[in-house]
Design a protein around this ligand. Structure first.
Ligand code: ZN
Length: 252
């Protein structure tokens, strides 16, 4: 559930509300650029527990439901206003006003969906991260997999500067942009207290066709990664691929 899915949904809706298409095209592209990159160099030292973060995630999910309802209601209003305008009962300005409210509601939904995904992925890393650090280290080039995790300790000297190369490979292969959910350190990582400064998260299930292709590319390139599957009993996890070395706790 990432930017591309949201984008295609938005465009689907836009197809039924044609004059909004142009506004949406620019708006969605703008949102993607902003939301896909969440780099922060300031480390807040006030960390919170995974349980607290899960409470925060539950609140975000509730808000998302409310935003989605609001967006759906506003869409109905836009359709009704257009009909009234065609019948000569209201002015063009009233329709434009309703359209603007609809676009603002879509934006809120998009941002909240992104935030839910990012938080879910960070929680997954915080929950499984400690476990990863306790596992026996892999030799250079070593690969291992369990029901929860796939690990690869590639010998390539990875840094975030390599991110564009991976994005290029993915878009050339699949004709869409790589669904990056975190590039470097985000506020969520700071709050959970782990170091994600030199890592990037991709919201792809490691066992999906795209996930497998990306993993294959990373292995061939010697780029270290961790892939999180959906196998934590009793926990809502965010399956994804973490590119870079496993995250350590931030030094306090
Ligand atoms: Zn990560």
């Amino acid at each position: 559930m990432c930017a591309e899915v949201v984008k295609s949904r938005l465009l689907l809706i836009a197809a039924t509300v044609p004059p909004l298409l142009v506004i949406l095209f620019f708006a969605v592209n703008g949102w993607n650029r902003r939301s896909a990159v969440s780099v922060s160099s300031n480390h807040s030292r006030t960390t919170i527990s995974v349980a607290q973060m899960q409470e925060s995630l539950a609140r975000e999910r509730q808000l998302l439901l409310e935003y989605e309802k609001e967006q759906s209601a506003l869409r109905t209003v836009v359709i009704a206003q257009r009909k009234l305008y065609q019948d000569g009962q209201i002015s063009k300005e009233q329709v434009v006003l309703a359209e603007k409210s609809f676009v603002a509601a879509l934006k809120r939904v998009h941002e909240m969906r992104y935030s839910v995904t990012e938080t879910q992925i960070a929680i997954t890393e915080a929950m499984l991260g400690e476990k990863v650090l306790r596992m026996p280290g892999l030799p250079v080039g070593g690969f291992s997999q369990t029901a929860e995790l796939v690990r690869f300790n590639g010998g390539f000297k990875w840094s975030l500067k390599e991110a564009p190369r991976i994005e290029r490979f993915f878009s050339q292969t699949f004709g869409r942009s790589l669904p990056v959910t975190a590039l470097g350190q985000s506020d969520t990582h700071n709050r959970l207290g782990f170091d994600h400064r030199n890592s990037m998260d991709v919201g792809l299930h490691p066992d999906s066709k795209e996930g497998k292709t990306l993993i294959d590319y990373l292995r061939k390139s010697g780029i270290p990664f961790l892939a999180f599957r959906q196998a934590v009993p009793g926990a809502t996890t965010g399956p994804h691929i973490h590119i870079g070395k496993p995250s350590n706790r931030l030094a306090s």
